[in-house]
Design a protein around this ligand. Sequence first.
Ligand code: PLP
Length: 367
Amino acid sequence: MSNVTPKTALAHMDIYRPDTSGAVSADPIRLSVNEGALGPSPMAVSALRQMGERLHRYPEQIDQNLVAAIAAYSGCNPARILPSNGSDELIGLLATAYCNDGDEAIITQYGFLVFRQAVTIAGGVPVIAPDSDLTVSVDAILECLSPRTKLIFLANPNNPTGTMIPRGDIEKLIAQVPDHVVIVLDSAYAEYLDGADVDYTDGAEYVDKHDNVVMLRTFSKIFGLGALRLGWGYFPDAIYATLATIRGAFSVNAAAAIAGAAAISDKAFYQQSIAHNNKWMPLIQDSIRQAGFNPLPSQANFFLIRFASPDAASHAHTYLAERNILLRKMVPYGLPDCLRMSIGTDAEMEQLAAAFKDMAHMKDIHP
Ligand SMILES: Cc1ncc(COP(=O)(O)O)c(C=O)c1O
């Protein structure tokens, strides 16, 4: 029996790990982790080939080539762009940097579970603001504010619900939250809105105006680089300085920096990915609906399907896994009657539609 014990905060932590298991083959139709449908940009793959001879060199601590490519893509001020080992790293660093033991961070009811886990690991207390109709409620967040609140985490659009918080609500939040509380706008799926909705903001404009608003982004979704672990954040000067100091010096590896700069500059691949998502989101939702199931609206590259009961959702998950199709169970999110799926390739969507059609006849699954 070991006498070594981790800090008390960890004793009661709900461990959250993305579930990538359950496939019947080594190469499943994986729609369970919200990856980009079309794989990586060909420009990123070809840029990676330059890596071979330089593996003995440590990477740049902050790769200016990558920062310049992100700035050119986003219009953000390069001096405030901090690349990271996935945006998960920045979520952890924010919690670590701004929560003293017992400080509170507000998380939304169906918000991304990494927020909750990061706050707990940092020794903070996650305070849950109820959603309204599976959408973040700014009023509920404001009611959770207390003298101990240090951070507010929201994803927009949110994972797993796929719902969006309109610009007016974000502005109301920023106006009413005291300016010592850091507001984290995680815009991991911003690309999928592609400027199509005037009511959407990724939040960058508020980072430029407020010392307590930050925006997080990722290369794991539309840019298809999940394997390399690359994200970035846009920060006011003081927060940038704090995070750049505590971030691991070499946390962004050289392969990620090279591939990321190429991927974010590949406009053709980006447009193709948006067009693919815009084509399949209504088509696949229609097929699922026609089979008698209930897909929920989404602004991202994934959506929830609500079943008649938690058992029906679980049976559907097993049935699809037996057909080599992986969807994500939503039990850890408190949505046990739902499964989440992302948009895949044309062939994958056709197989999924056929599987739903067949499921319609199974009496323990059908709504
Ligand atoms: C809302 C949200 N934020 C952040 C991430 C993590 O992204 P990364 O792969 O850059 O760590 C995800 C991944 O699923 C996500 O859904």
